[in-house]
Design a protein around this ligand. Structure first.
Ligand code: DP6
Length: 309
């Protein structure tokens, strides 16, 4: 411990989704998930020595609940006081995986600040209990978070891809993904078949990446997201993150595909729509979406991982 450290972690967007835990205490997922990081949307965490421990998020003191949620991570490190300043360059808690980049940045920053010497696998174990999807921000390329808990990655053979995020709402979500996935797992009659389909999607996705087939990757990503929202809806009570505008955007993107064939969508635990697009089409598609839906559209390059800056 000693010197101030600053770590930046990109968010990650799952192409094959994680939705449920086989082991809640150790945060082991029911399925293997796969994602890409977005280098232009990130959390930055700075840890400095201090007389008492303080936490801020976007320059505001964090509330007790937010700090409490970090305890499973903090408990692995020294309790010597420090200050932690966290900053997100995107709306917090709007289905943009802020917990993923936040927890990944926190774990790596604590590791560097205290010079712990943890191995990569140990860091994965610690990060996972803070937030499952956070472990996928620890690696570059296609990140695989395996059902058994560990993380591996595959190089991304598609350097000209970008991700658009259509911000339908900046509101905090009504139900957290942590609580919502528990309800789905317990109550959705179709949850067992969702798990089986996820396995099929993953196998086909890995083949598509290996064969460098961008359309197959996009199609599998899209159907995997549709299946996630169907199983959420099948929960009792129904969990619905998609708003009318989200559905209108999905339909609009499908119609645009007649002229711009490489456009594929995915959605998470929020109403925002993520669109995979080629760099050459970004401006045109962004303009059309902004004009049609009067929404902010964020653009990001793909890649990067949680690291000291
Ligand atoms: C819909 O990682 O936020 O974004 O492990 O309980 O913290 P916890 O859940 P979290 O869930 C993310 C769910 C998702 C899909 C995904 O990113 O794979």
């Amino acid at each position: 411990m000693g010197q101030t450290v600053k770590v930046r972690s990109p968010i990650n967007i799952a192409l094959i989704k994680y939705w449920g835990k086989a082991d809640e205490k150790n945060v082991l997922p029911t399925t293997t998930s796969l994602s890409l990081t977005l280098s232009d949307l990130w959390t930055e965490t700075t840890i400095s020595p201090n007389e008492r421990t303080i936490f801020t998020l976007n320059n505001q003191p964090m509330n007790a609940d937010e700090i409490q949620r970090l305890n499973p991570v903090l408990s692995h490190f020294s309790n010597t006081p420090f200050s932690i300043q966290t900053f997100n360059n995107f709306p917090t808690a709007a289905g943009l995986a802020s917990s993923a980049s936040g927890v990944a940045a926190l774990t790596v920053a604590l590791d560097r600040f205290f010079k712990t010497g943890f191995s990569f696998d140990q860091l994965v174990d610690i990060t996972r209990v803070g937030s499952g999807s956070a472990v996928r921000s620890l690696v570059d390329g296609f990140a695989l978070w395996h059902q058994e808990g560990h993380v591996s990655s595959l190089p991304n053979p598609f350097p000209d891809w970008r991700m658009l995020i259509v911000v339908v709402s900046k509101e905090k979500k009504a139900i957290s993904s942590r609580d919502a996935m528990k309800i789905t797992q317990k109550t959705a009659p179709s949850y067992p078949s969702w798990i089986q389909q996820s396995d099929v999607d993953l196998k086909e996705m890995l083949r598509a990446i290996q064969e460098k087939d961008p359309h197959a990757v996009g199609q599998i990503m899209e159907r995997n997201s549709e299946a996630l929202h169907a199983v959420m809806k099948d929960s009792q009570p129904s969990i619905i993150y998609q708003q009318a505008t989200s559905l209108a955007i999905l339909a609009f993107v499908k119609s645009l595909r007649k002229t711009i064939p490489f456009l594929y969508t995915t959605m998470d635990a929020g109403p925002n729509v993520k669109i995979l697009v080629q760099a050459q089409d970004v401006e045109h598609v962004q303009r059309l979406l902004e004009q049609t839906f009067s929404c902010t559209v964020m653009v990001s390059r793909i890649g990067g991982k949680a690291d000291e800056i």
